[in-house]
Design a protein around this ligand. Structure first.
Ligand SMILES: C[S@@+](CC[C@H](N)C(=O)[O-])C[C@H]1O[C@@H](n2cnc3c(N)ncnc32)[C@H](O)[C@@H]1O
Length: 276
């Protein structure tokens, strides 16, 4: 698939997800989870009850694959950037940590997600969070502006990952840090998954090998690049995921083959530091 075609499909896919949640309270499609209620997906990937209760309703669509804020050691007064902020869950959690003297900026390329996130900020009366429409390969953020960059299950969706890490490096202050949750591969995916648009939107086909991912972060200039945590892709969630369902029903993929795919994918939390 060509890069522009992929991005169009990703934008359209997430626009639908944003609108679906807005119109009713049925279970939403999850990127890395399933058609389970968002809250149980989020708890299974590391959010606490307290965190989930402390954000505006509608900010959690169960789209993440980890909890990057929990490991980012955010302090009062810091400026934080969230790459691919979606409906804003991690931005609101970060905002609770940096307080009124700090600031959080969320960037997302899907207008419907930005609209939803802004509505959530208004509902929750968050004065220290701002959502900007834009691509994370061309960040609408000044050089050396932020203390920390977080991201949750987004970079796998971007065809040019090296560029995202270069942009992230540019906007971080010297000494600033990167803390990302994302999906990476331990083994190459079979062609039937690689060529599936559904599986791309579902955060599978765009994932790259773990070492390539880490090397892309290092190549951008980051130091102390290391994996803080690594967990397997939950097969129970995948089995009920609409991405998997589409593959099973439309492409007649046997469950056994999908289990094999699940064993190829892991969720990592990775950090990097921009040198002083
Ligand atoms: C799986 S969702 C994760 C949303 C959010 N991080 C969360 O955990 O709820 C992926 C989000 O990334 C956005 N996205 C994907 N590719 C992007 C890009 N190149 N630039 C900006 N946003 C992007 C999508 O619009 C979508 O909102």
């Amino acid at each position: 698939m060509k890069q522009e075609k992929i991005k169009k499909a990703v934008r359209e896919g997430y626009a639908k997800i944003a609108k679906k949640e807005a119109s009713c309270c049925s279970p939403v499609k999850s990127c890395c989870g399933g058609d389970n209620p968002s809250e149980s997906i989020s708890k299974s990937i590391g959010y606490t009850d307290e965190e989930l209760k402390g954000v505006p309703e509608g900010a959690n669509l169960g789209l993440g694959c980890g909890n990057p804020v929990a490991l980012a050691s955010l302090k009062q007064g810091e400026i934080v950037l969230d790459l691919g902020s979606g409906p804003g869950l991690d931005c609101f959690l970060a905002a609770n940590k940096v307080g009124k003297t700090g600031k959080v900026v969320g960037v997302d390329m899907t207008p419907e997600m930005i609209e939803k996130a802004r509505e959530n900020a208004r509902k929750g009366k968050y004065g220290n969070v701002e959502f900007r429409l834009g691509e994370i390969e061309n960040l609408p953020v000044a050089d050396n502006f932020v203390n920390a960059v977080i991201s949750n299950c987004v970079i796998n969706l971007v065809p040019d990952k090296e560029r995202v890490f270069r942009e992230t490096f540019r906007v971080l202050k010297p000494g600033g840090r990167l803390m990302i949750s994302d999906l990476v591969l331990l083994k190459e995916l079979p062609d039937f998954i690689k060529n599936s648009v559904e599986a791309y939107i579902g955060c599978l086909s765009g994932a790259i090998m773990k070492d390539d991912y880490l090397n892309a972060i290092k190549a951008a200039g980051f130091r102390e690049v290391k994996i803080i945590d690594e967990t397997s892709f939950p097969i129970e969630l995948m089995a009920s995921d609409s991405t998997a369902k589409a593959l099973i029903e439309e492409m007649k993929i046997p469950m056994e083959k999908l289990k094999d795919v699940a064993r190829s994918v892991v969720s990592i939390k990775v950090q990097g530091i921009k040198p002083e």
